[in-house]
Design a protein around this ligand. Structure first.
Ligand SMILES: [Mg+2]
Length: 365
Protein backbone atom coordinates (compact mmCIF):
# COMPACT_ATOMS: atom_id res chain seq x y z
CA UNK A 1 0.00 0.00 0.00
CA UNK A 2 1.33 3.42 -0.95
CA UNK A 3 1.65 6.15 1.66
CA UNK A 4 -1.19 8.69 1.80
CA UNK A 5 0.69 11.93 2.44
CA UNK A 6 -0.73 14.37 4.96
CA UNK A 7 -1.24 17.91 3.70
CA UNK A 8 -0.45 20.98 5.77
CA UNK A 9 -2.60 21.10 8.94
CA UNK A 10 -4.73 24.26 9.08
CA UNK A 11 -5.56 25.65 12.53
CA UNK A 12 -8.06 28.35 13.51
CA UNK A 13 -9.56 29.58 16.80
CA UNK A 14 -13.10 30.72 17.71
CA UNK A 15 -14.01 32.51 20.94
CA UNK A 16 -17.69 32.05 21.79
CA UNK A 17 -19.26 34.14 24.58
CA UNK A 18 -21.12 32.11 27.22
CA UNK A 19 -24.92 32.54 27.46
CA UNK A 20 -24.53 33.76 31.06
CA UNK A 21 -21.56 34.47 33.36
CA UNK A 22 -20.07 31.14 34.50
CA UNK A 23 -17.95 30.17 37.49
CA UNK A 24 -16.95 27.15 39.54
CA UNK A 25 -15.11 26.78 42.86
CA UNK A 26 -11.82 28.21 41.55
CA UNK A 27 -12.39 29.93 38.14
CA UNK A 28 -14.72 32.47 36.47
CA UNK A 29 -15.20 32.88 32.69
CA UNK A 30 -17.37 34.63 30.10
CA UNK A 31 -16.25 32.88 26.92
CA UNK A 32 -14.91 29.58 25.65
CA UNK A 33 -12.37 29.16 22.82
CA UNK A 34 -12.43 26.26 20.39
CA UNK A 35 -9.27 25.53 18.38
CA UNK A 36 -10.04 23.71 15.13
CA UNK A 37 -7.64 21.63 13.01
CA UNK A 38 -8.32 20.59 9.42
CA UNK A 39 -5.98 18.17 7.60
CA UNK A 40 -6.30 16.78 4.08
CA UNK A 41 -4.93 13.55 2.64
CA UNK A 42 -5.96 11.26 -0.20
CA UNK A 43 -8.80 13.58 -1.22
CA UNK A 44 -10.42 13.50 2.25
CA UNK A 45 -10.45 16.11 5.01
CA UNK A 46 -10.32 15.33 8.72
CA UNK A 47 -11.28 17.73 11.50
CA UNK A 48 -10.38 17.76 15.15
CA UNK A 49 -10.47 20.30 17.94
CA UNK A 50 -9.61 21.26 21.48
CA UNK A 51 -11.12 23.72 23.93
CA UNK A 52 -7.98 25.72 24.58
CA UNK A 53 -6.35 29.12 24.50
CA UNK A 54 -5.70 30.63 21.06
CA UNK A 55 -1.96 30.15 21.76
CA UNK A 56 -2.74 26.53 20.89
CA UNK A 57 -3.61 27.62 17.34
CA UNK A 58 -0.27 29.44 17.02
CA UNK A 59 1.64 26.36 18.19
CA UNK A 60 -0.12 24.10 15.69
CA UNK A 61 0.49 26.56 12.85
CA UNK A 62 4.12 27.38 13.71
CA UNK A 63 5.43 24.02 14.97
CA UNK A 64 3.20 20.96 14.52
CA UNK A 65 2.01 21.55 10.94
CA UNK A 66 5.56 21.43 9.60
CA UNK A 67 6.51 18.45 11.76
CA UNK A 68 3.83 16.19 10.30
CA UNK A 69 3.33 17.37 6.70
CA UNK A 70 3.98 14.59 4.19
CA UNK A 71 3.83 11.76 6.74
CA UNK A 72 1.52 8.80 6.07
CA UNK A 73 -2.04 9.53 7.23
CA UNK A 74 -2.49 5.85 8.11
CA UNK A 75 0.36 5.92 10.66
CA UNK A 76 -1.20 7.87 13.52
CA UNK A 77 1.29 6.64 16.18
CA UNK A 78 4.24 7.75 14.04
CA UNK A 79 2.66 11.15 13.42
CA UNK A 80 1.83 11.49 17.14
CA UNK A 81 5.42 10.83 18.22
CA UNK A 82 6.73 13.26 15.60
CA UNK A 83 4.56 15.93 17.28
CA UNK A 84 5.78 14.93 20.75
CA UNK A 85 9.40 15.22 19.53
CA UNK A 86 8.71 18.66 18.03
CA UNK A 87 7.59 20.12 21.38
CA UNK A 88 10.29 18.47 23.49
CA UNK A 89 12.09 21.63 24.55
CA UNK A 90 8.96 23.63 25.39
CA UNK A 91 7.41 20.85 27.50
CA UNK A 92 4.63 18.56 26.37
CA UNK A 93 2.02 19.37 29.03
CA UNK A 94 -0.44 22.25 28.84
CA UNK A 95 -0.74 24.16 25.55
CA UNK A 96 1.52 21.75 23.64
CA UNK A 97 -0.56 18.74 24.64
CA UNK A 98 -3.79 20.53 23.71
CA UNK A 99 -2.25 21.30 20.30
CA UNK A 100 -1.20 17.65 19.83
CA UNK A 101 -4.71 16.61 20.94
CA UNK A 102 -6.48 18.77 18.35
CA UNK A 103 -4.26 17.40 15.55
CA UNK A 104 -4.55 13.80 16.77
CA UNK A 105 -8.36 14.07 16.82
CA UNK A 106 -8.27 15.31 13.21
CA UNK A 107 -5.98 12.41 12.25
CA UNK A 108 -8.46 9.83 13.60
CA UNK A 109 -11.37 11.47 11.77
CA UNK A 110 -9.28 11.58 8.59
CA UNK A 111 -8.15 7.94 8.78
CA UNK A 112 -11.70 6.71 9.34
CA UNK A 113 -12.84 8.76 6.32
CA UNK A 114 -10.00 7.36 4.19
CA UNK A 115 -11.23 3.87 5.10
CA UNK A 116 -14.87 5.00 4.72
CA UNK A 117 -15.88 3.71 8.15
CA UNK A 118 -17.35 5.45 11.21
CA UNK A 119 -14.62 6.22 13.76
CA UNK A 120 -16.05 3.78 16.32
CA UNK A 121 -15.57 0.95 13.80
CA UNK A 122 -11.96 1.98 13.10
CA UNK A 123 -11.31 1.93 16.87
CA UNK A 124 -13.43 -1.21 17.37
CA UNK A 125 -16.60 -0.84 19.41
CA UNK A 126 -17.45 -2.44 22.76
CA UNK A 127 -20.93 -0.87 23.08
CA UNK A 128 -23.45 0.77 20.78
CA UNK A 129 -24.16 3.78 23.00
CA UNK A 130 -22.68 5.58 26.02
CA UNK A 131 -24.59 7.34 28.84
CA UNK A 132 -24.12 11.06 29.43
CA UNK A 133 -24.43 13.10 32.59
CA UNK A 134 -25.69 16.69 32.39
CA UNK A 135 -23.03 19.12 33.65
CA UNK A 136 -23.32 22.79 34.54
CA UNK A 137 -24.94 24.16 37.69
CA UNK A 138 -22.39 26.96 37.83
CA UNK A 139 -21.75 28.76 41.13
CA UNK A 140 -22.65 31.99 39.28
CA UNK A 141 -26.21 30.70 38.70
CA UNK A 142 -29.15 31.75 40.85
CA UNK A 143 -31.00 28.90 42.52
CA UNK A 144 -33.73 29.37 39.89
CA UNK A 145 -31.20 28.94 37.03
CA UNK A 146 -29.73 25.91 38.80
CA UNK A 147 -33.13 24.26 39.21
CA UNK A 148 -34.14 24.99 35.62
CA UNK A 149 -30.94 23.58 34.07
CA UNK A 150 -30.62 20.42 36.17
CA UNK A 151 -34.37 19.78 36.18
CA UNK A 152 -34.39 20.19 32.38
CA UNK A 153 -31.81 17.44 31.93
CA UNK A 154 -33.78 15.17 34.27
CA UNK A 155 -36.94 15.87 32.25
CA UNK A 156 -35.01 14.92 29.07
CA UNK A 157 -34.28 11.46 30.48
CA UNK A 158 -30.67 12.09 31.54
CA UNK A 159 -30.10 9.95 34.65
CA UNK A 160 -27.20 11.86 36.22
CA UNK A 161 -26.53 15.61 36.62
CA UNK A 162 -23.61 17.59 38.03
CA UNK A 163 -23.37 20.98 39.70
CA UNK A 164 -20.42 23.15 40.73
CA UNK A 165 -19.70 23.76 44.42
CA UNK A 166 -16.97 25.35 46.53
CA UNK A 167 -17.08 29.08 45.71
CA UNK A 168 -19.24 29.94 48.77
CA UNK A 169 -19.08 26.76 50.88
CA UNK A 170 -21.69 28.01 53.34
CA UNK A 171 -24.25 28.11 50.49
CA UNK A 172 -23.44 24.67 49.08
CA UNK A 173 -25.90 22.63 51.21
CA UNK A 174 -28.83 24.89 50.25
CA UNK A 175 -27.80 24.78 46.57
CA UNK A 176 -27.55 20.99 46.67
CA UNK A 177 -30.98 20.85 48.29
CA UNK A 178 -32.42 23.04 45.50
CA UNK A 179 -30.84 20.76 42.90
CA UNK A 180 -32.11 17.58 44.57
CA UNK A 181 -35.65 18.97 44.71
CA UNK A 182 -35.50 19.99 41.02
CA UNK A 183 -34.38 16.56 39.77
CA UNK A 184 -36.44 14.32 42.08
CA UNK A 185 -35.33 11.06 43.68
CA UNK A 186 -34.67 9.01 40.56
CA UNK A 187 -31.73 11.02 39.20
CA UNK A 188 -28.14 10.82 40.51
CA UNK A 189 -26.66 14.10 41.77
CA UNK A 190 -22.94 14.80 41.24
CA UNK A 191 -20.90 17.71 42.64
CA UNK A 192 -17.59 19.19 41.41
CA UNK A 193 -15.55 21.45 43.72
CA UNK A 194 -12.72 22.04 41.22
CA UNK A 195 -10.25 21.72 44.08
CA UNK A 196 -11.79 24.53 46.16
CA UNK A 197 -12.08 22.81 49.55
CA UNK A 198 -9.42 22.05 52.17
CA UNK A 199 -9.03 18.37 53.12
CA UNK A 200 -11.11 18.17 56.30
CA UNK A 201 -13.63 20.69 54.98
CA UNK A 202 -14.09 18.40 51.98
CA UNK A 203 -14.53 15.37 54.23
CA UNK A 204 -17.24 17.16 56.20
CA UNK A 205 -18.94 18.25 52.96
CA UNK A 206 -18.76 14.68 51.62
CA UNK A 207 -20.83 13.50 54.59
CA UNK A 208 -23.36 16.33 54.26
CA UNK A 209 -23.72 15.84 50.49
CA UNK A 210 -24.09 12.07 50.80
CA UNK A 211 -26.39 11.91 53.80
CA UNK A 212 -28.66 14.87 53.08
CA UNK A 213 -28.79 14.97 49.27
CA UNK A 214 -27.64 11.51 48.15
CA UNK A 215 -24.69 12.86 46.18
CA UNK A 216 -22.97 9.94 44.42
CA UNK A 217 -19.96 11.64 42.81
CA UNK A 218 -17.59 14.17 44.44
CA UNK A 219 -15.17 15.52 41.84
CA UNK A 220 -11.93 17.27 42.81
CA UNK A 221 -12.96 17.72 46.46
CA UNK A 222 -9.40 19.02 46.97
CA UNK A 223 -6.76 20.03 44.43
CA UNK A 224 -5.98 17.34 41.87
CA UNK A 225 -2.33 17.91 42.73
CA UNK A 226 -3.03 16.69 46.30
CA UNK A 227 -3.00 12.95 45.66
CA UNK A 228 -2.69 12.17 49.39
CA UNK A 229 -5.74 14.33 50.09
CA UNK A 230 -7.75 12.64 47.35
CA UNK A 231 -6.72 9.24 48.72
CA UNK A 232 -7.80 10.23 52.25
CA UNK A 233 -11.20 11.30 50.91
CA UNK A 234 -11.54 8.16 48.81
CA UNK A 235 -10.90 6.02 51.90
CA UNK A 236 -13.15 8.00 54.27
CA UNK A 237 -16.03 9.32 52.14
CA UNK A 238 -19.39 7.55 52.68
CA UNK A 239 -20.01 4.29 50.81
CA UNK A 240 -21.64 4.90 47.46
CA UNK A 241 -19.82 8.21 46.84
CA UNK A 242 -17.15 8.18 44.11
CA UNK A 243 -14.11 10.46 44.46
CA UNK A 244 -13.03 11.53 40.97
CA UNK A 245 -10.36 13.60 39.18
CA UNK A 246 -8.14 13.56 36.11
CA UNK A 247 -9.35 16.39 33.85
CA UNK A 248 -5.93 18.12 33.93
CA UNK A 249 -4.10 15.00 32.81
CA UNK A 250 -1.89 15.81 29.82
CA UNK A 251 0.06 12.58 29.58
CA UNK A 252 0.01 8.91 30.55
CA UNK A 253 2.40 9.49 33.43
CA UNK A 254 -0.10 11.82 35.13
CA UNK A 255 -2.84 9.21 34.94
CA UNK A 256 -0.48 6.46 36.13
CA UNK A 257 0.57 8.49 39.18
CA UNK A 258 -3.05 9.31 40.08
CA UNK A 259 -4.12 5.68 39.73
CA UNK A 260 -1.06 4.28 41.53
CA UNK A 261 -1.74 6.65 44.46
CA UNK A 262 -5.22 5.13 44.80
CA UNK A 263 -6.52 8.70 44.54
CA UNK A 264 -9.74 8.15 42.56
CA UNK A 265 -12.70 5.79 42.33
CA UNK A 266 -13.27 6.95 38.73
CA UNK A 267 -10.54 8.52 36.55
CA UNK A 268 -11.45 11.36 34.22
CA UNK A 269 -9.63 12.01 30.94
CA UNK A 270 -10.16 14.63 28.26
CA UNK A 271 -9.23 13.87 24.64
CA UNK A 272 -8.90 17.60 23.95
CA UNK A 273 -6.02 17.74 26.45
CA UNK A 274 -4.44 14.32 27.03
CA UNK A 275 -2.97 13.75 23.57
CA UNK A 276 -6.23 13.33 21.68
CA UNK A 277 -8.04 10.08 21.07
CA UNK A 278 -4.62 8.36 21.12
CA UNK A 279 -4.08 9.62 24.67
CA UNK A 280 -7.62 8.71 25.70
CA UNK A 281 -7.10 5.12 24.55
CA UNK A 282 -3.94 5.02 26.68
CA UNK A 283 -5.85 6.32 29.71
CA UNK A 284 -8.46 3.61 29.17
CA UNK A 285 -5.75 0.92 29.10
CA UNK A 286 -4.32 2.25 32.38
CA UNK A 287 -7.82 2.17 33.89
CA UNK A 288 -8.16 -1.48 32.88
CA UNK A 289 -4.83 -2.25 34.54
CA UNK A 290 -5.89 -0.54 37.80
CA UNK A 291 -9.52 -1.77 37.72
CA UNK A 292 -10.85 1.79 37.82
CA UNK A 293 -13.59 3.08 35.49
CA UNK A 294 -13.02 6.05 33.16
CA UNK A 295 -15.28 9.03 32.51
CA UNK A 296 -14.83 11.34 29.51
CA UNK A 297 -14.45 15.00 30.50
CA UNK A 298 -16.49 17.47 28.39
CA UNK A 299 -16.53 17.75 24.52
CA UNK A 300 -19.33 15.15 24.19
CA UNK A 301 -19.44 14.95 20.37
CA UNK A 302 -15.70 14.26 20.30
CA UNK A 303 -15.72 11.61 23.05
CA UNK A 304 -18.68 9.57 21.81
CA UNK A 305 -16.71 7.31 19.44
CA UNK A 306 -13.72 6.56 21.72
CA UNK A 307 -16.04 6.08 24.72
CA UNK A 308 -17.99 3.46 22.76
CA UNK A 309 -14.68 1.77 21.86
CA UNK A 310 -13.14 1.45 25.36
CA UNK A 311 -14.40 -0.97 27.97
CA UNK A 312 -13.33 1.25 30.89
CA UNK A 313 -15.50 4.21 29.78
CA UNK A 314 -18.53 4.63 32.04
CA UNK A 315 -20.04 7.90 30.77
CA UNK A 316 -19.44 11.24 29.07
CA UNK A 317 -19.76 14.67 30.66
CA UNK A 318 -22.51 16.53 28.75
CA UNK A 319 -21.08 19.96 29.62
CA UNK A 320 -23.43 22.88 29.03
CA UNK A 321 -20.82 25.17 27.37
CA UNK A 322 -19.56 22.53 24.97
CA UNK A 323 -22.99 21.16 24.11
CA UNK A 324 -23.99 24.70 23.15
CA UNK A 325 -20.83 25.39 21.11
CA UNK A 326 -20.91 22.02 19.35
CA UNK A 327 -24.52 22.67 18.30
CA UNK A 328 -23.62 26.19 17.11
CA UNK A 329 -20.47 25.34 15.15
CA UNK A 330 -20.93 21.77 13.87
CA UNK A 331 -23.45 19.80 11.81
CA UNK A 332 -24.10 16.17 12.71
CA UNK A 333 -23.74 16.62 16.48
CA UNK A 334 -25.48 13.76 18.31
CA UNK A 335 -28.35 14.35 20.75
CA UNK A 336 -28.86 11.98 23.68
CA UNK A 337 -31.67 9.45 23.31
CA UNK A 338 -32.79 7.94 26.59
CA UNK A 339 -29.80 9.63 28.23
CA UNK A 340 -27.28 7.99 25.89
CA UNK A 341 -25.30 9.06 22.80
CA UNK A 342 -25.35 6.68 19.83
CA UNK A 343 -22.68 7.05 17.12
CA UNK A 344 -24.30 7.40 13.69
CA UNK A 345 -22.93 4.37 11.83
CA UNK A 346 -24.06 5.78 8.47
CA UNK A 347 -21.49 8.61 8.65
CA UNK A 348 -17.74 8.04 8.07
CA UNK A 349 -15.24 9.43 10.57
CA UNK A 350 -16.39 11.25 13.68
CA UNK A 351 -19.57 12.23 11.83
CA UNK A 352 -19.47 16.00 12.30
CA UNK A 353 -18.72 18.86 9.91
CA UNK A 354 -17.65 22.39 10.82
CA UNK A 355 -20.01 25.26 9.90
CA UNK A 356 -17.43 27.79 8.71
CA UNK A 357 -19.98 30.45 7.76
CA UNK A 358 -21.68 30.32 11.16
CA UNK A 359 -18.33 30.32 12.99
CA UNK A 360 -16.73 33.22 11.12
CA UNK A 361 -17.96 35.92 13.47
CA UNK A 362 -16.27 34.20 16.43
CA UNK A 363 -12.89 33.72 14.76
CA UNK A 364 -9.98 35.20 16.73
CA UNK A 365 -6.99 33.63 14.94
MG1 LIG B 1 -14.41 19.11 36.76
Amino acid sequence: MEAIALGKAKASAYEVPTDAPESDGTLEWNSTTLVLVEIEAGGKSGIGYSYADKATQVLIHDVLAGAIEGRDAMDIPGVWWAMAAAVRNMGRRGVASMAISAVDNALWDLKAKLLDVPLVKLLGSVREAIPVYGSGGFTSYSDAQLREQLGGWADDGIAMVKMKVGREPQRDPARAEAARKAIGDGVQLFVDANGAYARKQALRMARVFAQEYEVRWFEEPVSSDDLDGLRMLRDRAPAGMDITAGEYGYDAGYFRRMLAAGAVDVLQADATRCGGITGYLGAAALCDAFHVPLSAHCAPALHMHPACATRASRHIEYFHDHVRIERMLFDGVPEPVGGRLHPDLSRPGAGVTFKHADAEKYQVS
